[in-house]
Design a protein around this ligand. Sequence first.
Ligand code: 5GP
Length: 189
Amino acid sequence: MNFWQQHQSDNIGKILLDENTIQQRVSELAKEITEDYVRMGADELVTVGILRGSVLFLSDLIRRIELPVDLDFMAVSSYGGSTTSSGEVRIMKDLSHRIQGRHVLIVEDIVDTGRTLQFLKNLLGTRQPASLKICTLLDKPSRRLVDMEADYVGFEVPDEFVVGYGLDFDDAWRQLPYIGVLKPEAYGK
Ligand code: 5GP
């Protein structure tokens, strides 16, 4: 085992979704999204990636969407500890492009309490897009505190703190091609 393989086996307790499973589902989502927007008469789509957790998912997803895509980003921060999110959401980076009259798809890594997406949906809704939908890779419905459902969901996951494929713990593990759960002792490091 090289260093990186050893580091993963020391810290990752289990794999919830392996690389093949994720990639197959991303292809299905891209197909569904393409078909829906073509049916809606859209000739382009603005994808709004929420930094930084959505980046791996977003880059795989847009390569499989068969419509012109304008790739934009927002960054938000929610207060609280690293494994919980509090109610308050603050914009750290706003969109670079105008979305009025355009079809907008927010792309998120995970919906947990739902507060981040509720905030973003309300905010972007005031800018009068032609349509506004949400696509999330993961959904933890058991943790929901506000009424918020994504239009496209990759996978439902149990109430466990997950890392990989964009999701971090303490700024690490985003690069994993799979989604896993850290060993309990890894959270203390
Ligand atoms: P919400 O506003 O829905 O409570 O929070 C969503 C954000 O919380 C996600 O974008 C993500 O940054 C973070 N989050 C929630 N659950 C998890 C998790 O299991 N793992 C990681 N790495 N982040 C999570």
